[in-house]
Each structure stands twice: as C-alpha cells, then as structure tokens.
Design a protein around this ligand. Structure first.
Ligand code: MTE
Ligand code: HPA
Ligand code: MOS
Length: 783
C-alpha cells in the first residue's frame, strides 16, 4: 500500500478555503463511463464518416490520381482532393505549409492526398484502398543532420547571446564538447483526434472538436469554407488527453469534417484510427544538441555555446515557438556568464512535429543536464555539487535572454537533498557498486526551472463570461479547454472563492467560441493563470453589483457588507445568497458580465533576443534512483523523491496528479518510448504494439511527492497569480530528467565516475547496455 502522499497530508493543514482537495468535476462521470467524449455522442442516422488516402512516398510529385474505383465502392457518398476545397487548403496555425490535402507534391509518408466520406468508417476505409495514386519519387531528406548541413530550414535560425563566449571558454581552466540526440515522443492521448461537423442553414457549421484551441479551429474552418468567422462555431466539452498534440493539429480534422458537412449538408464525423493518428499527426520534436563549455576547477561554468537543432518535419507548424522555448531552457537552472545559444528549425520529409508538454523546454534542459554531468565526471566531482555551484544565485541571476530571476532554487534543492537523503544514499550506492558485478545502481538529483507565459506575447490574454441565474446558480464560460488537467475544476473553485459561495453553485460550461471569442490555446501551462484571472475579473464585476444592490436594499454601508459561506453578511445579519440574487434580479440588476485578463509586465524583443518572456518560473527538483542489470541493460526505477513548487495549490489532489502524471510521462519519453522510421520515411512505431508508453507497473516503487512550502518567501508570483498559485501542467515532466541522469550515473560507476558515457534519448535497455559497455571499455583502456 502506498502511504498518503506527503503533498496531500500537508494539504489538510492548509487554511485558505480554496486549497481544497475536491474531486475533478468529471471524475465520477469518467470512472462510471458517463463522461461523454465526441465518439460517445449518439450518431444521427445520416451521419457520414471520413477516411483519407495517405501518401506512399516521403517526397514525390503526384502524377495522377485514379478515383473511379473508389467512387463505385459500397457506401461511398463523396470524395474530395485539394481542388475541391472551397477556400484555402492551408490549415497552418502561424505560418503556412500545413495542407488539408496535398497538392502537386507530397512531403511525408501518410500525408493525406484524398478524403472519402461514406456511410460507415469501415466503408470509407475500404474505398481508400481502391484509390490509385501515381508518384514521381524524389530522394527524401529524413535526418536533422542532413537538413542542418544543407541549411534546409523551415524558418530562420535564431541566437541568444550574452558576454564574450569565445574568450570565456578559451580562458577557462577546462573545456569540453559534447552532443546528444533526443528522439521525439508520440502523444498517445487515450482519445485519438476527432471532430464532428454539423451544417447550419447559413452555409456555416458548428464543429465539435477535441481541440486545445477552439478559436483557431473556428478561424481555420472559416478559411477553408471561405466564410466569415461568425458563420462557424467551435465547441469543446472535454478531451481524453491532449498533451500539446491537439494545440494546432486538431484543426485539420475539424476542417475536413466541415468541408464535407457543407458539401453534403449532412453531419460528418472524422475520427482517426490510432494508426492513422500516429502516422498523420506530429509529435515531440527530435533534437540534436551540441555544446561547448568552459569551466573552472570547481566546475563553475564560464561560457557555453550550444546549437539546438530540431527536426521539424515538412512544415513550420509551431516549431518557431518550440525552438525558442528550447533555447530559453538550455540554461535550465544554471547561470551562464557568457553564452551563445542557437536554435535551428530543420526541414525533413516527415510529419510536421508540434507542441508536446514542455514545448521544446525538455529538449533544451536535457542538453544542460547532460553537460553538467559531463563537467562533474571530468573533474571527478559529485554532479549535485557541480549543479549547486552553477545554480542561479545572488546577482548571478540573469538568463542569456536578459530576464532576471526573483527567486532562488537553492533552498528547494537543499531541502530535497535532505529529505531524499541524497548524501547517504550516494555513499551506499558507491559501496554497493564496488562489490556488485551484475547490478549497478545510480542516483541523480536534478532541478527544473520552467518559464510560465506564452512566448508569443499576444497569446497571454483570456476572457470569461459569467451569468448568475435568478435561482442563484452560477454559469461560467471561459476560453480554456479541459483535457484532464482539472482546469474546469480549478476555475469553479476560483469563482466560488471569489464570490464566497459554495462550489456546488458553480457550473463550468463547455468551451465555445460563441461564448468567449478569440481565446488562446489552452497551453503553456497557463490555462488556470490566464482564465482563472479572467473569471475572477468577471466575478469581481458581478460581486460589486450585488454588494451595491445589498447596500441600497438594506440601507447599509457597502464596506459593512460581505459575502462569505454562501451568505451575504450585513454586519451580523445573514441573507442567503439565493435571496440576494433574487432581490437583485427583481431590482433589475444585470447578472451577467464578461471578464478579461492580460498578463502584465512581459515582453520579449525577438530581434534583439532580449527581454522578459515569462511572468515567472515554475520550479521543482527530483532525486531518482535506478538499478541497472549490466547483462541485459534492463533497469528499474526504485525510488523517486520530488519537491515541486505549485505556489499555494488551488487543489492539491489535482496538482499531485499533474506532478505524478507529468513525471511518468517524462520518464516514458526518456526511457521506453522509441519512435522509429524506415529508410523510406515510413513510421514503424505506429501502434501500442511497437511503441511502449509507461504503464502502472512503471511507476517508481517508492514515489514521494511533496509540495515546496514557500510561505516564508515573497516572490513575484505571489502577487501576480491567481490566489498565489503557480502553473503545474508541464513543468513536472522535466523532473524525469533525473531518471535519465541516474541511468547514466549507474553506467559511469563502471569507469569510477571519471567518464561520461554517451546515452541517447530514449535510454532503452539496449541503449543503457551500450552505455555501460562504453564506460567499461573506457575503464579497461585506462588500466
Ligand atoms: N494533464 C492531462 N491529464 N491531460 C493533458 O492533456 N496536457 C498538459 C498539462 N497536463 C495535459 C495535462 C499540457 S501539454 C499543458 S500545456 C497543460 O496541461 C495545459 O493545461 P493548463 O494550462 O490548464 O495546466
Ligand atoms: N507554449 C505552448 N504552446 C504555445 C506556446 C508556448 O510557449 N506558444 C504558442 N503556443
Ligand atoms: Mo502544452 S505542450 O503547452 O499544450
């Protein structure tokens, strides 16, 4: 039995009413199967189902498409190619090049070329097999190295600079170089990509989408149909997981369904079977990271040069932001007095990679952590000591892009060092390894510092719409979407606390573009920060109206009136909230308001590569211990201790779920999830049978998660975030880097910790086996 997690035991002692562990608003519905996902909605009898013909070549001109056989196939109702799209075929989020259907050429294996609507999904799929496409094949480009050498980029490279890096490295006591290749990650949301489009009488549609970004779905559907945006509504009740995979790439499904819905004036469902989803939608970017570092005899860094090259696939999608974020996190938590950090967006003939929890941040951070380990090994120092010496501290607190940190990470690290018993365990592990020949243990303690805000400034805004009905019940709409992360639950809590009423009064509606316009995607972990503030802003407007009404009705000074515990208090006198609301309604007080929020104080000048892209940083640290079997490379994660700063948690149970889930998902990326393509550019890992995500059995045997108690601190985030909470969605994923470092640590023991053996990502047992071999070979060569 697992003990009550420390994070929750602690929560019971918190006093503020909001810091309550209430169940996720959909939890009971989800566990009883009553929570509706799009594929659960009963289908009208005339609904059409879609399937697409995917390109058989990674890089080719289309010479001919033969559709006759497919047209005659049973159940087929409609077939389209790019020429049949009434508006723009381009469904890109920011730039261009993401086509709903291919035009004259194809750019990756699986790219949709033809789409077929039929009476059943099965019929549509069968008909797809009847389509014959003739290609003139060209040589595809499949690797990031090739693209970098050829300077074939989807967008221009960027560089962050501070100090005189070449001199700093040259004058340092020691110099090192290294590189690491990180593979991508499939989102593997349990609910695959799906959209339903229902035509309306004005040539528009209402689309039900599993998307993190309904406003963009709405905009792109309008573009594809060539109608004004107001003819299209997009609605999202919930997603069965998204993890960034539905930030931009859910829109194509909605657009495809909408085109058929309007052409045929019938409802259309487009649900991708898992194999299509894994072939046709983008993943976390592979990165090839190279670094050069100069440091002194204590391991203190003097200068760092890094080149981060991302495998973007055939188009830009969100890669500009992803690579920016990788560059912003190539320091992780460490001060680089001089730095030159370049980011490259490489074009390849593969599916266009996209947002994935961390959004490039994890890929940048692994480079930093690998480098810190390399420095420690070169000096024969404990990696934790080298890490601590390089942490942002005192006036060494300016990032390579010029943002200064308000808070220090050292107190958090030192607390975890104690609670995880790092020093003793390090000694025990050394002793164990000295006598064990087959099994080697490793341990690592790594920090996370993750910037909170969208790096595109304009996205840092949110809206909310709030109604109080005459019975005293409260309806909230906001621009954020629910993907399992508990956003709606937190918003309901914020609204209840803002008013001073019971949580049961508050209902959060499905996200819809006709309720709140122009919303940003629910991403960058900022969902609660942004939408919570917007909702609170609307609450304050309505509360003020209610208080003014009460002051007038009960002839009291407004200062004497407050709403608490679901009652309106006028001095000693309590009036039930229902009664207050009913009175306000009868007095013709408007009980509906919008709320708005824009993040203050941020701004980044991309041309100068300087500024303050982030409102604040989310921080945490993890200590992981592993056991490696040298004969097979197999390993177990035996103990993990996490200390994470969620500010004043809005809901400790939900935050704990985010920390645990994020960590395990990060561990999957770094250890078991291996994406593979063949030499023709065809994906091989296209199903759960050949792509291994973590299971319950992979959760660490000992898994201690605690929240950092920061009541003694007065950082910026305290004043500027909703009820002093901190974003939690993405940062914990990067705590799993400690597992990767621990695996490398176990292997390094074979060379008496004086050699940093190469280990890629994912560190599959095979890779760990070779990593250990490299360490052994090094040791033998030395002796
Ligand atoms: N948690 C669950 N259960 N499912 C998800 O899809 N997505 C993650 C994170 N946690 C995700 C999740 C990602 S990528 C982000 S950006 C945040 O949730 C988004 O939600 P938030 O901003 O409300 O935290
Ligand atoms: N994070 C996540 N998603 C985004 C971002 C970001 O910084 N910018 C645009 N989409
Ligand atoms: Mo999360 S990758 O910002 O959707």
């Amino acid at each position: 039995m697992r003990r009550l997690p420390q994070a929750l035991a602690r929560a019971d002692t918190l006093d503020a009413s909001i810091q309550k562990t209430v169940a996720h608003e959909s939890a009971y519905k989800q566990v009883t199967g009553r929570a509706q996902y799009l594929d659960d909605i009963p289908e009208p009898p005339d609904m059409l189902h879609l399937a697409t013909v995917g390109a058989a070549q990674a890089c080719a001109l289309i010479e001919n498409i033969e559709l006759d056989a497919a047209r005659c196939a049973p159940g087929v109702v409609d077939i389209i190619t790019q020429a049949d799209i009434p508006g723009s075929p381009d469904v890109s989020p920011v730039f261009h090049g993401d086509l709903l259907l291919a035009g004259e050429c194809v750019d990756y294996v699986g790219q949709p070329v033809v789409a077929i609507a039929a009476t059943t999904l099965e019929a549509a799929r069968r008909a797809c097999a009847q389509v014959k496409v003739r290609y003139r094949a060209q040589q595809p480009r499949l690797t990031v190295q090739e693209a970098l050498n050829q300077k074939d980029l989807v967008l221009p490279s960027q560089t962050l600079r501070c100090g005189d890096v070449d001199t700093a490295i040259a004058n340092a006591d020691h110099q090192l170089r290294g590189d690491i290749y990180l593979r991508g990650q499939e989102h593997f949301y349990l609910e695959g990509q799906i959209s339903i489009a229902v035509p309306n009488e004005d040539g528009g549609v209402r689309v039900y989408s599993s998307s993190q970004h309904p406003a963009e779905v709405q905009k792109l559907v309008a573009q594809v149909l060539a109608v004004p945006v107001h003819r299209v509504q997009a609605e999202v009740r919930r997603m069965g997981g998204a993890f960034g995979g539905k930030e931009s790439q859910a829109a194509a499904l909605a657009c495809m369904a909408a085109v058929f819905a309007v052409r045929n004036q019938r409802p259309v469902k487009y649900r991708m079977p898992r194999r299509d989803d894994m072939t046709q939608t983008g993943k976390r970017h592979d990165f090839w990271n190279q670094y050069r570092v100069g440091f002194d005899t204590n391991g203190v860094i003097r200068g760092v040069e890094m080149d981060l090259a991302a495998l973007c696939g055939h188009s830009a999608d969100l890669s500009d932001g992803v690579v920016d974020r990788a560059m912003f996190h190539a320091d992780n938590a460490y001060f680089y007095p001089a730095a030159r950090i370049s980011g490259h967006r490489c074009r390849t003939n593969t599916v266009s990679n996209t947002a994935f929890r961390g959004f490039g941040g994890p890929q940048g951070m692994v480079a930093a952590e690998a480098m810190l380990d390399d420095i420690a090994r070169a000096l024969g120092a404990d990696p934790l000591d080298v890490r601590k010496r390089n942490l942002y501290r005192g006036n060494r607190n300016t990032t390579p892009y010029g943002q200064t940190l308000d808070e220090e990470l050292l107190p958090l690290i030192e607390q975890l060092e104690q609670t995880a018993d790092y020093r003793n365990r390090r000694q025990q592990i050394r002793a164990f390894n000295a006598s064990s020949t087959r099994i080697k243990k490793g341990v690592a303690l790594t920090p996370v510092k993750f910037g909170i805000s969208f790096t595109s400034k304009h996205l840092n805004q949110a809206g909310a719409l709030l109604h109080i009905y005459a019975d005293g019940s409260i309806h909230v709409s906001h621009g954020g979407t629910e993907m399992g992360q508990g956003l709606h639950t937190k918003i309901a809590q914020i609204v209840a606390r803002g008013f001073g009423v019971d949580l049961a009064r508050v209902h959060v509606a499905a996200t819809a573009t006709d309720q709140v316009p122009n919303a940003s995607p629910t991403a960058a972990s900022a969902g609660t920060d942004l939408n919570g503030m917007a909702a609170l802003n609307a609450v304050n407007t309505l509360k003020q109206r209610l208080l003014e009404h009460a002051a007038e009705t009960y002839r009291a000074d407004i200062e004497q009136i407050g709403i608490r515990d679901d009652q309106c208090w006028i001095g000693e006198r309590a009036i039930p909230f229902n009664e207050l609301v009913k009175g306000a309604y009868l007095a013709r007080v408007s009980l509906s308001a919008t709320g708005f929020y824009r993040t203050p104080g941020i701004g980044y000048d991309r041309a100068a590569a300087r500024g303050r892209p982030f409102l604040y940083f989310a921080t945490g640290a993890a200590a992981s211990e592993v056991e490696v079997d040298l004969y097979t490379g197999e390993y177990r994660v035996t103990r993990v201790d996490i200390l994470h700063d969620v500010g004043d948690s809005l809901n400790p149970a939900i935050d704990l779920g985010q920390v645990e889930g994020g960590f395990v998902q990060g561990m999957g990326w770094l250890t078991s999830e291996e994406l593979l393509w063949n030499e023709r550019g065809q994906i091989l890992s296209d199903s759960p049978a050949n792509y291994k995500i973590p299971t319950a059995g992979d959760v660490p045997e000992v898994f201690n998660v605690d929240f950092f108690n920061r009541s003694h601190l007065a950082g910026k985030a305290d004043e500027e975030t909703v009820f002093r909470s901190k974003a939690v969605g993405e940062p914990p994923l990067m705590l799993a880097i400690s597992v990767w470092c621990a695996l490398r640590d176990a292997c390094a023991s074979l060379a008496n910790y004086r050699f940093s053996p190469p280990l890629g990502v994912p560190a599959t047992p095979e890779q760990v086996y070779f990593c250990a071999r490299a360490a052994k070979d090094f040791a033998e060569a030395q002796s």
